[in-house]
Write a protein that binds this ligand. Structure first.
Ligand code: CU
Ligand code: CU
Length: 503
């Protein structure tokens, strides 16, 4: 109660420790930064520079990328007046040459971009990789320098460059570099792209009737070029290479030892937030994982339910839209009631810069995501993936099926429906501690939410899983459930009926 004052010796030791660590992290100190160098003969200046006007100089800055401080992603000044400052304000006089060197301080993809001057370092991926941009400060004003990796500017990776002065009119208000008209080009589809679709029958067996125990779960974040549609590829982020990530299945009371690995081939950090976790960030605070690294934490599963998990690394919405989500099912004591077949389906949206149906290797459009205007809606990661022979759902007349259905999103609510069926039971919102609703046609599932539906099969044929916001059917959102067995004319019969086998 009374001895909460920090021990000053301990504090000093920690501070010294940090100082030593900081010095060790810093690269070889760059001597004159920022520095002013006489401009190499001011080119054909029509008016003499007035006495009170500074001569054009070369202004140099060095910035290093830094993670895990405040803000979580930033640039930090190296050398000179800006040394150690987070996102330091940079300045120059109009007419100066500005030279900015960026050192990548971590093995995560970054760059430094200034739109108004049409300059960018290009992608820096390796740790200690360095690039320099140089341009003439030919406009007055305050400009933003930032990292253009999706989400990085949004979490704080930006600062300002202020250009002041009153140089000769021809320089001061020179037009911005001419905007080159964007030429719409689509890269060819990648020949080595792989399927990222998880088969909906690929899920763990029920936990059954057992007591609580310790469970270890390992997940690996893998960035992969995948097949989005016929002739169309896309850069996905996944857990274990497939979408959704592996279903995690535990019992209430289990203690889960969860390990997140980030593949060495990754360009970004990844992490996990499980909605079944009670604790800050759902695990995200412990699992921000650099490429090639591993993190871990433990949690106890306190409440039964069907829960979403997802990557929680900024831009979180971008990582989710890229495929980083899955379900964790926490079963009640005694387990779930037995059914004949279980399936695992998740819905999400994909925001490409190119219109739906474009062939080639499509690119992510951050602005479209912020505007919530996806081009594709998908079950299990790819357009019409579950309508293919390979990944359709299959069952027999007389069986009972259960679908664990979740929405990764990141933005769109699903009005989940199976055409030609009625859900006998809907465990609304994925709650397993509330009695299910019965006799439901369509059920709402929010992003970051799930449901568990069950129904018996009485009539053979092809049933279609949809989001009943049916425009999305034409944007790739359909899955087939093939049911085989004896016709049942007492329940379903028509003259000259079409072939209901679905083939
Ligand atoms: Cu960045
Ligand atoms: Cu991620």
């Amino acid at each position: 109660m009374n001895n909460r004052e920090p021990n000053p010796n301990v504090v000093a030791a920690i501070l010294i420790g940090f100082a030593v660590l900081f010095m060790a992290i810093l690269p070889v100190r760059i001597d004159i930064v920022p520095t002013s160098v006489e401009a190499q003969e001011t080119p054909s200046q029509t008016e003499p520079v007035s006495a009170n006007q500074p001569e054009a100089q070369v202004v140099e800055y060095t910035l290093r990328t830094v993670l895990g401080q405040t803000p979580p992603m930033a640039f930090i000044g190296v050398g000179g007046d800006i040394d150690g400052q987070i996102n330091p304000p940079l300045s120059a006089n109009v007419g100066d040459t500005v030279r900015i060197t960026v050192i990548n301080g971590d093995p995560v993809l970054h760059n430094l971009t200034i739109d108004e001057f049409a300059v960018s370092t290009g992608d820096l991926l390796q740790q200690e990789q360095t690039a320099t941009i140089e341009f003439t400060a030919n406009r007055l004003g305050e400009f933003v320098y930032y990292c253009a990796t999706p989400g990085h500017r949004e979490v704080g990776m930006w600062g300002t460059l202020t250009i002041t002065g009153e140089a000769s009119g021809e320089v001061a208000y020179a037009a911005a570099p001419a905007e080159t008209a964007p030429v719409p080009t689509v890269a060819p589809a990648l020949a080595d792209a792989v399927s990222v679709v998880r088969n909906p029958a690929d899920l763990p067996v029920p936990v059954g009737d057992r007591g609580p125990m310790d469970v270890r779960v390992d997940l690996t974040a893998i960035e992969v070029n995948g097949i989005l549609a016929d002739g169309t590829t896309y850069r996905y982020f996944t857990f274990d290479g497939q979408i959704p990530g592996p279903m995690i299945r535990v019992r209430v009371g289990d203690t889960v030892d969860l390990h997140v690995h980030n593949d060495t081939s990754s360009q970004l950090q990844h992490s996990i937030d499980l909605h079944a976790v009670t604790g800050p960030g759902g695990g995200a605070v412990f699992t921000q994982t650099n490429p090639g690294q591993e993190t871990a934490f433990t949690f106890q599963a306190l409440i039964p339910g069907v829960y979403v998990y997802h990557c929680a690394t900024p831009s979180v919405a971008h990582h989710i839209a890229s495929g980083m989500f899955g379900l964790i099912v926490v079963e009640p004591p005694g387990g779930l009631p037995p059914v004949d077949r279980e399936f695992y389906v998740m819905q999400s949206e994909i925001y490409t810069a190119e219109p739906f149906g474009t062939k080639g290797h499509l690119t992510f459009d951050h602005a479209a995501m912020l505007d919530e205007r996806p081009q594709y809606y998908v079950f299990n990661g790819a357009a019409n993936a579950l309508a293919s022979d390979e990944n359709a759902l299959r069952a027999n007349v007389g069986e009972t099926v259960r679908i664990f259905f979740g929405v990764g999103g990141p933005n769109a609510i699903s009005s989940f429906h199976v055409i030609g069926e009625i859900f006998d039971r809907v465990y609304n919102y994925g709650s397993l501690t509330t009695a299910p609703m019965t006799g439901v046609q369509t059920t709402l599932v929010p992003p970051g939410g799930a449901t568990m539906v069950e129904f018996g099969l009485e009539v053979p044929g092809r049933y279609i899983l949809v989001d009943h916001a049916l425009a999305r059917l034409e944007r790739g959102l359909a899955g087939y459930l093939y049911v085989e067995g004896e016709e049942n004319p007492a329940i379903f019969h028509g003259e000259g009926a079409a072939d209901t086998s679905g083939h």
